[in-house]
Design a protein around this ligand. Structure first.
Ligand code: 5GP
Length: 318
């Protein structure tokens, strides 16, 4: 239960006794509730055959993300069409696996046996491809992501852009709900705690940005391709969280070209440019984590490369 807001505007006091260890019980319980929500969603996607069982298992077994590695094996099996509690118990007994074990907690031989079983159980399942795909585009500062994306949207106007939430104030001409959802810090905190953000990050060391899950899911369920333009940290979170998406990295033709672009657009002072370039060095090192790297030398060519990629990688049945 949350502490009621005092009407005199003072800071709310917690009803629980102070904990000298620094352990924040409220934050912990919000975290576990977000985790439970995420796991329930993964199970729902599995049972709707919107994600692949073996692929999800492969990601979960080595993942650092507790939403994935903490998935219970009995839960996982029961998401399979036609596998109920009795069959689940029998399979786990035969494999010598405790039903309460998590995927991340399986021993090597158990993993091998469980995976073999999964391959067998899922070999005749037909994935339902009614759900639209997620495309994540990231790249270092000043690489020209926005211009490339505008060109992609001209060629493929049916693609939906996700609208992020941010704590940064709007710039002149920016519209709330169109460019971003501009939210105060407390609202952003609430979005994080409720698990409503698929990913979020502090970008350029100042403001927070995050992708609201609800609108993305609704558009995907309507069969739409949804495009996310986010920073590298956010893309990494989605990948580590086992999100099924096409991850595209936009790279500059060279580091010098990036520095020149940053300087010529003239929107940052010299200190800020140095800071962004230092981040860019790190970000460029992340290119290997993406499914595809597209070099933005000529904007139209980069956009066309991405449109081609979308077509070439469209799952059959879409
Ligand atoms: P700007 O403030 O210039 O609009 O955006 C700054 C950076 O924030 C961009 O490089 C963009 O990639 C990143 N960004 C925008 N939305 C999101 C989001 O939802 N999540 C993350 N992680 N980064 C975002």
């Amino acid at each position: 239960m949350s502490t009621p807001e005092p009407l005199d505007g003072s800071t709310p006091t917690s009803t629980s006794p102070p904990d000298r260890s620094g352990f924040d019980a409220g934050a912990q319980s919000a975290k576990s509730s977000a985790l439970r929500k995420r796991r329930a969603q993964i199970k729902e996607e599995l049972s709707q055959l919107q994600r692949d069982f073996v692929d999800t298992f492969d990601r979960a077994k080595d993942s650092d993300n507790p939403a994935l590695s903490g998935l219970r094996v009995d839960w996982f099996l029961r998401a399979l069409p036609g596998v109920g509690p009795t069959k689940t118990t029998k399979i786990l007994e035969r494999l010598g696996i405790n039903p309460r074990a998590t995927i991340g907690g399986l021993r090597i031989n158990q993993r091998t046996a469980f995976r073999r079983e999964l391959v067998e159980l899922t070999k005749n399942l037909q994935p339902r491809r009614t759900i639209g795909r997620l495309v994540v585009i990231a790249g270092p500062t000043a690489v020209g992501k926005n211009t490339v994306i505008s060109e992609i949207l001209k060629a493929r106007p049916e693609i939906e852009m996700s609208v992020s939430a941010t704590t940064r104030p709007p710039r002149p001409g920016e519209v709330d709900g169109v460019d971003y959802y501009f939210v105060p810090d407390e609202q952003f905190d609430a979005l994080v705690e409720s698990g409503e953000l698929m990913e979020w990050a502090v970008v350029h060391g100042t403001h927070r940005y995050g992708t609201p899950r609800g609108p993305v899911l609704r558009q995907q369920r309507a069969g739409k391709t949804v495009l996310l333009e986010i920073d590298i940290q956010g893309a990494r979170q989605l990948r580590d969280g086992g999100e099924e998406a096409l991850f595209i990295f936009i790279a500059p033709p060279s580091f010098d070209a990036l520095a020149e672009r940053l300087e010529s657009r003239g929107t940052e002072d010299s200190d800020e440019r140095q800071r962004r370039l230092a981040t860019a060095v790190e970000e460029l090192g992340a290119r290997g984590e993406f499914d595809h790297v597209v070099v933005n030398d000529v904007v139209q060519d980069a956009a066309q490369d991405i449109v081609d990629l979308l077509e070439a990688t469209t799952p059959r049945g879409d």
